[in-house]
Design a protein around this ligand. Structure first.
Ligand SMILES: C[S@@+](CC[C@H](N)C(=O)[O-])C[C@H]1O[C@@H](n2cnc3c(N)ncnc32)[C@H](O)[C@@H]1O
Length: 257
């Protein structure tokens, strides 16, 4: 019987090149804003972590603005992609480490910036990961968290989580702003800013990126087509099956000691 970890490997090891070329991941206003947040820091963070780095887009964007980036991911294929791309781009301050967010191989208070983008919805032991972030983050250090945001409305949320799981077996849960605020408090950081963007998930490429089995894709379409009007309106479902969600960026700081 497969564990969730096996599922993550199965889902991501084979898809590293798809994530490198994905326009949702390679660009976007959230990535630009992440750079603005970090580039504005003085002094510049010496040690940064990118948790669930995937094909490395956040690591590549932050590398010019920090001393070094440690790109972490449980998927060896993703890490190989990051190392190759970092070399191709002449970014010599990125190292890769195979690890999950729930067990960070770093000393207490040794990191100036913890960043993560589009990964936390895969983490099973989220409280443990949050405790780990709180443990490694130095006083005065920053946390940059980007992920799709769960809708506050329970009906819309249930539909979104259902189609996310049908599309990708490694999906655990998108969290709402209220849930993230409680988790940030748990990590011992104070929220400095929250920003949101509308993200259009184009159905064909969204399905293709995770190589969703056709039977699951058909159920997703059926769910979206038969969803109540409140859900269709909230997700702005289009005739082609594409729909809209909110991407959010939480920018937070651990108070100086
Ligand atoms: C959508 S990709 C990340 C995209 C990337 N951060 C970017 O900005 O383009 C999600 C990544 O989360 C990783 N992941 C899954 N479970 C994880 C965990 N428990 N801890 C850290 N990373 C995890 C997956 O292996 C995958 O590479």
């Amino acid at each position: 019987m497969n564990t969730h970890r096996d599922t993550v490997h199965a889902q991501f090891d084979a898809r590293a090149t798809d994530y490198l070329s994905s326009s949702v991941h390679a660009a976007g206003p959230d990535l630009r804003r992440a750079v603005e947040c970090v580039a504005g820091l003085a002094p510049c963070p010496q040690r940064a972590l990118d948790l669930g780095c995937g094909a490395g887009h956040l690591s590549f964007a932050l590398a010019p603005w920090v001393g070094s980036v440690c790109a972490l991911d449980p998927s060896p294929a993703m890490l190989a992609q990051v190392a190759a791309q970092a070399a191709a781009r002449g970014l010599d301050n990125i190292e890769t480490v195979r690890a999950g967010a729930e067990s960070l191989p770093f000393a207490d208070a040794s990191v100036d910036l913890v960043a993560t983008r589009y990964s936390a919805h895969h983490w099973t032991a989220l409280d443990t990961a949050i405790d780990e972030i709180g443990r490694v983050l130095a006083p005065g250090g920053h946390l940059l968290l980007i992920d799709l945001e769960a809708p506050a409305d329970a009906l819309v949320d249930t539909h979104l989580q259902a189609i996310e799981l049908l599309r990708d077996r490694s999906h655990v849960r998108n969290r709402s702003d209220a849930e993230w605020r409680a988790l940030l408090q748990r990590a011992g950081v104070e929220l400095l800013a929250l920003e949101r963007w509308d993200t259009r998930l184009e159905f064909a490429s969204w399905i293709a990126r995770m190589r969703t089995p056709p039977a699951h894709a058909a159920v997703i379409r059926a769910l979206l087509d038969s969803a109540p009007s409140e859900v269709r309106e909230a997700l702005r479902v289009e005739p082609c099956g594409s729909f809209h969600v909110s991407t959010a960026l939480w920018w937070a700081r651990r108070p100086a000691a």
